[in-house]
Structures are given as structure tokens and as C-alpha cells.
Design a protein around this ligand. Structure first.
Ligand SMILES: *Cc1c(COP(=O)(O)O)cnc(C)c1O
Length: 462
């Protein structure tokens, strides 16, 4: 299995190299050259299996010879052993034909653990074999950072630096990043917003001298390994509702387009998905793009669903690549327009291809709070703001096909917003009950490439 860049000018890589590299050297994103498919019988056989076994069957064809069969099974077992629910990704019913896929039973209470815990295991195995050290740098709107730190803290062959926008993450999110005491963990509070953090991360990767000097690796949602791990729960949930004999639809609270792109891959692999619905908050670049065909950056307005406060949706480039018939030149040209003018327009053909795969909706701040309250009344479930955005758009798209809405975080991660909306105080689960008593370690840093690279070089000398 070979991986190619969406911009057509980086070398083809194996699964292992694509995973360890993150962003391609031409600025593009790695995608599989061909998406493997599963037969109807293979999908039907997944009924009743453990999450781990479904994970193995879904991901195995993408991994090639990077890991042996037993080795890969072992990595999957270890990745999900720390989850607080036997089903890993349990389904709950919200209404007739509307289901909630709970993806928040991992160690940091957000769906990011599904990918990050597995990536941690895969990185460790690959690096040990190679006798190599790397530096992971990540940008986070809140949940990626804590999930990465949780997955990589204390590992011998990795240092992990996480940039988060100072003052723009919830207190629980911040403390999850600043309280681990392992000295390979470095939390950096950047003076800027999430898009600034993401832009500086791209700058670092494009600084090839720095990249090679420190052995830079990325685990942001553009990492193919992460997208792949997320494909699994589309299968596990759809199969438990009757796939492949019955179609299902999904609504996905979306920021960087990673999670919903995993759904698109599941569909390409043969899972019968009718609709993939993009749910955005007031930072609605994806919804506007679907409506108008123009991808136009605006400023980020901070919301009560901070993990979706994004205006440059990195993984969208992967969907565009397919929509443009896998034409790397076309992608280079639109991405160039984006960096020069903050905007690009999508060709009519590509827009038709996108609209065939995705629909979209947007939820305001007021509607988000309203939905948290309404869902508590109608179902007894307390949803986090991101999941509430999904549930509202899911409700609006109900049909004869079961709708599965992804619940992307535990409400305890966003206690203030949840309390304001419905009056409920959600406590932290037992394993992190003392989070507010632990001491914090964080380095403030300017929104500037040189400031960041010198800081990282300094830290690595110690
Ligand atoms: C990261 C995140 C999202 C957005 O996921 P993408 O893959 O970036 O679209 C939504 N909700 C929560 C809670 C998140 O942490």
C-alpha cells in the first residue's frame, strides 16, 4: 500500500513513513493511492465482534507490511485497554431513528483518544525498530493536545511539544496539557488563535533544515494514521444497526474535517452510508463552502465549542483532491490562492462531486445551548456543546435511514458551557478528579516561527 501527496510533488511513502512524516514535503497531505474495499460478506461478518477485532479488520489492508499481523493486533489491544467502556464506542438512542455514538470514554474524554492512543503505540513500535528519536510538535484547539500528551508522555524516543492558543481553551483542556509531570512533555501557550498555531506548525514543517535537524513528526489531524483509526467506529456503529444490509447516515461535528473524512473513507471502503452531514458552529467556513462554492477565510470567533473554532480546515484538502479527480496541480493552485488571498473558488465539477458526498448545517451559539437543554429534557442525556451541535443537525436531517450523530467529547470537558445551558454540574470522572489540584507547567511563546524553533532547540539540549 503506497501513499501519495495531494499536491503531487512529494515522494510516495509506505504507511509507516507517511505516519511518521505527517505533512508531505510539498505541503500536501498523504492519502492512500487506492482505497481498499471490503465485501458485503466481510462487513456482515463484523456483527457482534469486539471493537478491537473490527479495528484490525478495517485497518489491516491500509498498513501493508509496516507491522506484522500479530504485532498489529497487539498494538490495537494496548491502545484501547485504557478506555472506560467495554464497547469502546457505545451507541445510545436519542429518538426514533436517531442514535448517539459516544466517543468520549478514552483517557482524555474526547474522540481524539481513539486515534492518538493507537498512534502512540504505532510510533513507539516503529521507532524502537528503527532505533530513532523524534520530536512531535502539534497544534491544538484543545483536545488534540491533551490526547497527544496522554498518548506520548514518558515514551523514551519521543519529545512532545504542544502549541495551544493562550486563553482560548477550556480550563479542563488546559490543565490536561499542563499538569503531566513527565519531562518529555512541553505545553506551549501561543499568543494567537488556533489558526495561528496551525500556521506556525506548517511553517515548521516547511523549514526543511529544522525538520531534519530535530526529526520533526506531526500527529495533528492531518496525519493519515489518525484518519485511519477513526474509520473504525463508522464500521462498528453501522454494523450494530444492521449494515451492510441496511444503510445508515452520520452527522459529524466538524472543525478540521478529519473525523468526517474518516466517514468518507468508510463509505469508499464499501460501508453503505447514505448521508455524511457536516455540522459546524458559528465558524462555518465548511457550511459556507458547501452553499456557495467559495472557500473564504474569515476571522475565528471564539465559541462554546472551542474544538471547532477553526477557519482553515486542513483535511478538506483530501476531499478536494478526490473532487478534482486527484489532480495535484489543481490542488496546488487553489491552495496557493488560499495563502495569497485567503480564499479560493471551487470548480463546478468539483463542487458537484463534493455535494454528492456531503451535506452541511450550521448551529449558532444560542441554538447550541438550547439543544443541550432540550436534549436533557427529551432524553436525559447531558451533551457537550460539540455533540449538541451534531445532535441538532442530526435531528434536522432525519429520514427513513438511521442517523448516527457522533458525540465527540464528554460534557465534563466543558463544564461552564454545560452549566450555563442546562444548569447541570457535570463532575470529572474519578481518574481525573484531582485535576484542579495538580500543579501546572506551561511556557508562553510569541506567535512567531523563530521564537518557536529556538525554544524547541533549547529544550532538546537539556
Ligand atoms: C477535534 C474535535 C472536533 C472536530 O473534529 P475534526 O476532526 O477536527 O473535524 C469536534 N469535537 C471535539 C470535541 C473535538 O475535540
Amino acid at each position: 500500500m503506497k501513499y501519495i501527496s495531494t499536491r503531487g510533488q512529494a515522494p510516495e511513502l509506505s504507511f509507516e513513513d507517511a505516519m511518521l512524516t505527517g505533512l508531505a514535503r510539498d505541503g500536501g497531505l498523504y492519502v492512500p493511492e487506492d482505497v481498499p474495499t471490503l465485501t458485503k460478506a466481510e462487513i456482515a461478518d463484523m456483527a457482534g465482534l469486539s471493537y478491537e477485532e473490527i479495528a484490525y479488520r478495517v485497518m489491516r489492508p491500509f498498513v501493508g507490511d509496516s507491522f506484522g499481523d500479530d504485532e498489529f493486533r497487539g498494538l490495537i489491544q494496548k491502545a484501547y485497554a485504557g478506555f472506560a467502556h467495554d464497547a469502546r464506542a457505545p451507541l445510545k438512542q436519542l429518538a426514533p431513528n436517531h442514535f448517539l455514538l459516544e466517543l468520549f470514554h478514552g483517557p482524555t474524554l474526547a474522540f481524539k483518544d481513539f486515534a492518538m492512543q493507537l498512534i502512540g503505540q504505532m510510533f513507539q513500535a516503529a521507532l524502537t525498530k528503527r532505533g530513532q528519536r523524534i520530536v512531535i510538535v502539534g497544534a491544538t484547539s484543545g483536545d488534540t493536545g491533551s490526547a497527544a500528551i496522554e498518548a506520548f508522555k514518558g515514551l523514551d524516543n519521543v519529545d512532545v511539544f504542544i502549541m495551544f492558543p493562550e486563553g482560548r481553551v477550556s480550563e479542563v483542556q488546559r490543565r490536561q496539557m499542563t499538569t503531566p509531570s513527565e519531562n518529555n512533555v512541553h505545553a506551549l501557550a501561543v499568543k494567537g488563535d488556533f489558526d495561528d498555531c496551525q500556521a506556525r506548525l506548517k511553517d515548521m514543517f516547511n523549514d526543511h533544515a529544522f525538520r531534519d535537524e530535530v526529526g520533526l513528526a506531526g500527529v495533528n489531524s492531518i496525519n493519515w494514521g489518525r484518519v485511519l483509526a477513526q474509520v473504525v467506529y463508522y464500521f462498528s456503529s453501522a454494523v450494530s444497526l444492521g449494515a451492510p444490509h441496511r444503510e445508515v447516515s452520520f452527522t459529524v461535528p466538524t472543525g478540521n474535517f478529519g473525523d468526517i473524512f474518516a466517514g468518507y473513507i468508510a463509505k469508499k471502503m464499501g460501508l453503505p452510508i447514505k448521508e455524511l452531514v457536516i455540522a459546524t458552529n458559528q465558524n462555518d467556513i465548511l457550511h459556507r463552502t458547501m452553499e456557495t462554492g467559495a472557500y473564504t477565510k474569515e476571522g475565528v470567533s471564539p465559541s462554546i465549542s472551542p474544538s471547532m473554532d477553526i477557519q482553515v480546515s486542513s483535511n478538506f484538502e483530501r476531499a478536494l483532491f478526490d473532487a478534482y479527480g486527484r489532480d495535484g496541480d489543481a490542488i496546488r493552485s487553489v491552495m496557493n490562492d488560499l495563502s495569497e488571498s485567503g480564499s479560493f473558488s471551487i470548480s463546478q465539477g468539483a463542487m458537484e462531486a463534493l455535494r454528492e458526498q456531503f451535506t452541511s448545517g450550521r448551529v449558532s451559539e444560542e441554538e447550541t445551548s438550547e439543544t443541550i437543554k432540550d436534549m436533557l429534557t427529551r432524553t436525559g442525556e447531558v451533551l457537550c456543546p460539540h455533540s449538541a451541535i451534531g445532535a441538532r443537525i442530526g435531528d434536522a436531517n432525519l429520514s427513513e435511514v438511521p442517523m448516527i450523530t457522533l458525540a465527540t467529547a464528554h460534557p465534563a470537558k466543558f463544564p461552564a458551557a454545560v452549566k450555563d445551558a442546562c444548569g447541570v454540574d457535570v463532575g470529572l470522572p474519578a481518574h481525573m478528579a484531582d485535576l484542579f489540584e495538580r500543579s501546572e507547567r506551561v511556557t508562553p511563546v510569541a506567535n512567531d516561527l523563530t521564537a518557536l524553533t529556538s525554544l524547541i532547540r533549547e529544550r532538546l539540549k537539556k
